[in-house]
Write a protein that binds this ligand. Structure first.
Ligand code: AMP
Ligand code: ZN
Length: 122
């Protein structure tokens, strides 16, 4: 049977755990005790930053259940990132599940800003 990690532990095959550990390079824009933020490698807006909790959980609801303070830290960091990039208005997105486009299964908050955006999203 393959080894399983306890919730919140690092997952060895997780890209964002590797970025948090400094094992994969990233364009880091903000670091706090609880979160790391770096620019998306395939930006969809002039500002497109991913904010991730340092602890591994597969999606936002899992982080919220295990560590509500980490969720607050993600949103606070997102607001600070938008401000640092000079944007008053910004969009925050948590994709949850492959069916809506989640491709990395470590909680991450997309911060998008700097261009007009339509609603509803595609
Ligand atoms: P999602 O589709 O919501 O799971 O978002 C995953 C995001 O991670 C996508 O927007 C990717 O462009 C981005 N991404 C994938 N690999 C990297 C990487 N090495 N550094 C920065 N962003 C990445
Ligand atoms: Zn991870």
């Amino acid at each position: 049977m393959p080894p399983t990690s306890p919730p919140g532990a690092r997952e060895d095959d997780c890209l964002f755990c590797k970025i948090v550990a400094g094992e994969v390079p990233a364009d880091v824009v903000l670091e706090t005790e609880q979160v790391l933020a770096f620019r998306d490698i395939n930006p969809q807006a002039p500002t497109h930053v991913l904010v991730v909790p340092r602890a591994h959980h597969p999606h936002a609801a899992a982080t919220a259940g295990a560590d509500p303070a980490a969720m607050a830290a993600l949103v606070a960091a997102a607001a600070e990132i938008a401000r640092l990039d000079g944007h008053e208005d910004y969009r925050l997105v948590f994709n949850t599940g492959a069916g809506v486009g989640q491709t990395v299964f470590h909680t991450h908050l997309h911060v998008l800003a700097g261009r007009p955006m339509t609603w509803p999203p595609g």
